[in-house]
Design a protein around this ligand. Sequence first.
Ligand code: ZN
Length: 185
Amino acid sequence: MLKELLKETGALLEGHFLLSSGKHSDGYIQCAKLLMYPDKAEKAIGMIAEKLKDIDFDLVVGPAMGGIIVSYELARQMGKPSIFVEREDGEMTLRRGFDIKPGQKVLITEDVVTTGKSSYEAIKVVEDNGGEVVGIACVVDRSKGDIKYPIFSGAKVDLNIYEKEECPLCKKGEDIIKPGSRKVK
Ligand SMILES: [Zn+2]
């Protein structure tokens, strides 16, 4: 189970967290903590590859940074080429001599999909180049079911996000943790 892999590597934390937005949550995901172990990354992404068996695509495209490792490993397992799009002056773009040919079927990859913002930016690059997006593959799907492309995920994870005034964990008096640092309270 992917959720166990996420937990055992510290990629999925449960508790009471202060997010950079100032909101509070009852969990935190940092996929890089799982992807830092190539053997576990292989296993996790193998679970996504399994779901893509019957999907026809020519190329995997990951938005930098989060999508690159997933894109590379998924492409390796499925025998496809992998490229990435990256920001230049704030705008997602194709660089490094990468190209997408008109009519190419493209799978977008991400580590985590939440609002789909970076996926949509990558999709725009693909479609502007005449490519056809067949879906989004990700390790963790945190979306609310409102993404307009098929999602192939290793695991669906729902985290609750609260305004600090309404946070039930604060009301219970639980210590809050700022992810990546020590306790702040
Ligand atoms: Zn709280």
